[in-house]
Design a protein around this ligand. Structure first.
Ligand code: ALA
Length: 452
């Protein structure tokens, strides 16, 4: 059997965990969900949920991975409660979910690649900026979306085939710093716009009357999605960890991810507010409002190019993380060799990606209510299925993982506060998180019924 991979350094773990957590969830999804839920009050709710829901589950997943040295399905499946393997189903659903997320994530990453190429072409003077195609045109072109998705998946496969140190760590190791630097440049540019003060007020002044019955569920889903929880990613990354105090590592990853989400919103809202009448609650915020604004702005071509390259690097890192989880499960459980697993997993994700890719053309008639296929998959997965899996994982860790194992990995003699925090962590997983998740799901259901 092939030797299990491990990170070459602790920095390697951080770069890959952050690279996998920070992606479209931060730059595309977070701003429009904040817009949809009225701004500041939702941001406050979101940050609270990162602390109460996100960090405890993240620490739990890392501990489960590190203690089992296995990926999601095997690690969760091995846990027992009263000598029964009652959690196996949770592992399998999370595995299937990971494939589904990778497939629709691939299509949106293809959009990002498209805009990066468009801006490059315009910056090189090959086309006039007025000739660049819009998201509306791209969505109607199923073959182009399928082509872009294929290129994106190919990049991911090539990296994952190489393994943990040679592939993930080396590749994501350089994309994360480049991404961070480009994002900071954009932040400075956005904050220099006259609309920056209004954007800040919208983001940080809480108006609780703007929250809806769906806000709690949407915030929980967003926290889980952006921290890559519930897909088995953090279990897998934990399984490659060697030395490190896990709660500290989890806290750092979650904090960095949250700061990136807030920076993304701070980059995008001033631009959206500057472009008059731009809807802040639109999932097209990033792909419609932003390119249009940038193309009209002085120096906008280069900023747009930097922004979409930066977003592409982030979505590539996150997609590589998702593919790694699927591959690692196949290698662990079915002893299928890494290269073969990578091509097989990439192939399945590619076939599934064809559905959202053709949803604006060949499959146009398929929709749920007023939503298109892509939005329906996104909302079903993130607002409903992911919280349910997180609930299962929270129970699996509290009830199924041995107390001694958890104490050994949570409590450290160098960190005195870890002794006091341990029972709170367990209490949050067993009671607070399940109550919040169930409340979020119930309120979302009520919202659907009363808004009909
Ligand atoms: N955590 C990844 C993201 O936010 C999936 O994009």
């Amino acid at each position: 059997m092939a030797k299990r991979g491990s990170w070459a350094s602790q920095l390697g773990f951080y770069l890959v965990a952050i690279g996998s957590a920070c992606g479209l969830g931060n730059l595309w999804r977070f701003p429009y969900i904040v817009g949809e839920n009225g701004g500041g009050a939702f941001v406050l709710l979101y940050v609270l949920l990162v602390l109460i829901v996100g960090i405890p589950i993240l620490i739990g997943e890392l501990i489960l991975g590190k203690s089992s040295r296995k990926s999601g399905v095997t690690a969760i499946g091995a846990l027992t409660y009263k000598d029964k393997h009652i959690f196996s189903g949770v592992g399998w659903v999370s595995f299937v979910l990971c494939i589904l997320v990778l497939s629709y994530y691939t299509v949106i990453s293809g959009w990002v690649l498209h805009f990066a190429i468009q801006f490059l072409i315009a910056a090189l003077g090959i086309h006039q900026s007025s000739e660049l195609s819009t998201l509306g045109v791209l969505i109607q072109n199923g073959s182009l979306q399928a082509g872009l998705a294929s290129v994106h998946l190919l990049f991911c496969i090539v990296v994952v085939v190489k393994g943990v140190q040679e592939g993930l760590e080396k590749f994501i190791g350089w994309t994360v710093p480049v991404f961070g630097a480009l994002l900071l440049i954009l932040l400075i540019r956005s904050l220099s716009l006259p609309s920056a003060a209004n954007a800040m007020r919208f983001l940080f002044y809480p108006d609780f009357s703007k929250l809806t019955l769906s806000s709690l569920g949407q915030a929980v889903g967003q926290v889980l999605f952006t921290l890559s929880l519930g897909f088995g990613s953090m279990i897998t990354f934990g399984s490659y960890m060697t030395v490190e105090h896990i709660p500290t590592a989890g806290l750092r990853v979650a904090m960095i991810d949250t700061v990136i989400s807030l920076i993304s919103a701070l980059c995008i809202f001033p631009i959206a507010l500057q472009a008059s009448n731009a809807p802040l609650a639109d999932s097209g915020l990033l792909f419609e409002v932003l390119p249009k604004f940038l193309l009209e702005m002085q120096g906008g071509l280069l900023i747009g190019l930097a922004f979409f390259v930066c977003l592409y690097l982030a979505s590539l890192g996150a997609s590589i993380g998702l593919l790694e989880v699927i591959v690692s499960n196949l290698v662990d459980r079915n002893k299928i060799e890494r290269a073969r697993s990578s091509w097989a997993a990439g192939g399945v994700a590619w076939i599934l990606a064809l559905i959202p890719a053709f949803s604006g053309s060949l499959l146009q008639k398929l929709h749920v209510g007023s939503k298109g296929i892509l939005q329906s998959i996104d909302s079903l997965i993130i607002n409903w299925i992911l919280p349910l899996i997180a609930l299962g994982i929270a129970f699996a860790i509290t009830l199924g993982l041995r107390k001694k194992v958890k104490e050994d990995l949570f409590i450290s003699v160098d960190k005195v506060e870890s002794v006091a925090l341990y029972p709170h962590w367990q209490f949050a997983l067993l009671w607070i998180i399940p109550i919040l998740i169930i409340l979020g799901l119930v309120l979302q259901t009520v919202h659907i019924f009363i808004s009909k």
